[in-house]
Design a protein. Structure first.
Length: 547
């Protein structure tokens, strides 16, 4: 996400208005960022975080914090153990801020033109040696500094070495306002870059017949909808994972019909103790529940692994998500889906390198991620090239002008409800409430527990039914392009984007839009609503177990 000079490309800085006091950033003082709304807060304004008041240091990055606006009950601040490389980020940032302040150049509104280099032997090591106990809880060893240079060289996205003097290092990020636990390079500390692999050997797969046209590409679509159930050798990529935004939790990517949901202990279910401690005991999945994402976002794991994902803030101070493509078409879905009502989100086409394109729209969870929106029966999409609309890999003329870099695209879906009940007509709660998955397989992955859910997309496709009076409509720079799809298949639909080559988009779920259509709700409102629905779904599952 940087060019050769270490500059960030088209990533907007966080808002300058921060904190409960509605003030401004104060570089060089204790400031922390909320992992949910992405706002920065002054340490002195946080009255409930006593540990922060005593142990906080400027530019610290090992913590999680949720403000009172996102967690009304109370603020939540938790410190994490800072390793050597985390300490170096804090030290380099603090010393850089001090140097800029002395030169009269320290400002949250101005990004320095040049990097600020420091000598490891003369500046960094003595500073860290003197302030060790303020930087970390790790016990200091006499040889801690021997491999410091090698540690910095491993993190090329965080530190830069002077070409002429190997003892001089600088922080690669010149914009100090961006430094925090949510900084993309900070989130990837200690993680190896993905290894590029050649294409896997193709296998011929026999699948049962499926509804659909016998047209060119139909066989390919069937393979995308229903992966082969046969065993295969697992590769390292099969165990790949991604970190949940705002935390250090790794979660497996959704792939090959398998989806994963982070869980927590359900306090409403009594724990069942093993009869014999010497025998293997399988934890009943009913004792755990899904942890719903606190805000609507692009999912960190329900996306193709090769797509780049960053959190940012747009000009209206909306939390937004920057998605960057890589080679062929690949899809990313949102964390929250909808089964009823009228919902809306927007996508800004940030970058369109030569021969790159995007598709935007709505997708069910069963649509293949290694494909584009509109590739099969489970998604409906709109393509930038020629403005063509797609469903089940069939393209039809829709908006002849197409759209390009700089355009803002709106996506609206309408799933009708009964005027008396407020739920979809003639449907059971299982069809419009999110599943509890309390009967799914509970797996342990990197010291956390997840529900593992496997769906046969080919089987699901056989039972799709059209939903009368439903529709999908797209908008171009605030103006409607007309209804694109009518009587779409019923189901739970997630906002989705797919990118071809190095295209880049900025996804905005609200609350501020270029144009919110009358009668529609911004997708940002879905977060609280789905939390209530998830709780109700869990209750219904537990009640059914007792009857």
């Amino acid at each position: 996400m940087r060019n050769s000079k270490g500059r960030r490309n088209n990533i907007k800085s966080p808002p300058t208005t921060v904190c409960y006091c509605n003030g401004k950033r104060e570089l060089g003082s204790v400031e922390i960022v909320c992992s949910q709304c992405l706002k920065w807060f002054h340490g002195r304004c946080l009255k409930e975080c006593n540990e922060l008041q005593n142990n906080g240091v400027p530019f610290m990055i090992c913590y999680t914090f949720t403000c009172k606006e996102c967690r009304p009950s109370s603020e939540d601040w938790k410190a994490k153990k800072a390793e050597l490389v985390h300490m170096c980020v804090t030290v380099f940032a603090s010393m850089t801020a001090e140097k800029l302040k002395c030169d009269g150049k320290l400002s949250a509104d101005t990004i320095p033109e040049e990097l600020t280099f420091f000598s490891l032997k003369e500046k960094i090591i003595p500073y860290m040696d003197e302030n060790w106990n303020m930087l970390t809880s790790i016990k200091k060893r006499g040889t801690w500094h021997q491999n410091l240079a090698a540690t910095l060289l491993k993190e090329k996205n965080l530190f830069a070495q002077d070409e002429n003097n190997p003892d001089l290092f600088a922080l690669a990020e010149r914009n100090l306002t961006l430094l925090g636990p949510l900084h993309e390079a900070v989130k990837h500390i200690g993680k190896r870059a993905p290894v590029e692999r050649g294409p896997r050997e193709e296998r011929v797969i026999e699948l049962p017949p499926i509804e659909g046209p016998k047209t060119r590409g139909a066989s390919k679509r069937r393979n995308a909808e229903g992966p082969a159930p046969s065993k295969k050798q697992k590769l390292a990529s099969d165990y790949s994972s991604t970190a949940i935004a705002g935390s250090q939790i790794d979660i497996p990517y959704s792939k090959d019909g398998y989806r994963y949901y982070f869980t927590e202990k359900d306090p409403n279910v009594f724990e069942i103790a093993p009869v014999d401690e010497k025998t293997t005991f399988v934890i009943p999945p009913e004792q755990y529940r899904i942890v719903t994402h606190p805000i609507v976002a692009i999912s960190s794991n329900d996306r193709a692994y090769q797509l780049g994902l960053e959190q940012s803030v747009d000009g209206n101070e909306n939390p937004c998500w920057l998605v960057t493509g890589h080679e062929g078409y690949a899809m990313a879905r949102a964390t929250h889906g909808v089964t009823k009502g009228t919902w809306y989100f927007e996508v800004k086409f940030e970058e369109q390198p030569a021969e790159s394109h995007i598709r935007i729209g709505w997708s069910q969870a069963y649509a293949a991620l290694q494909a584009c929106v509109g590739y099969n029966k489970f998604s409906y999409g709109w393509r930038s090239k020629h403005g063509t609309k797609f469903h089940d890999a069939r393209g039809k003329t829709y908006f002849r002008k197409g759209f390009k870099e700089g355009d803002v695209l709106g996506c609206l879906i309408h799933l009708p409800t009964d005027s008396n009940t407020g739920v979809p007509p003639s449907t059971s709660s299982e069809e419009y409430l999110p599943p509890s998955h309390k009967n799914a397989t509970l797996i342990s992955f990197k010291n956390n527990l997840f529900f593992e859910v496997h769906d046969e997309a080919a089987e699901k496709a056989k039972h799709l039914k059209e939903l009368p009076e439903s529709k999908i409509e797209f908008f171009h720079n605030g103006k409607s392009c007309g209804v694109a799809f009518e009587n779409i298949y019923g189901g739970c639909y997630f906002p989705a984007v797919s990118l071809f080559h190095k295209a880049r988009v900025n996804v905005n779920f609200g609350p501020k839009f270029v144009n919110l259509p009358q009668g529609a709700k911004g997708m940002h409102l879905r977060a609280e609503e789905q939390q209530h629905e998830q709780t109700l779904s869990d209750i219904l599952h537990l009640v059914a177990m007792k009857t």
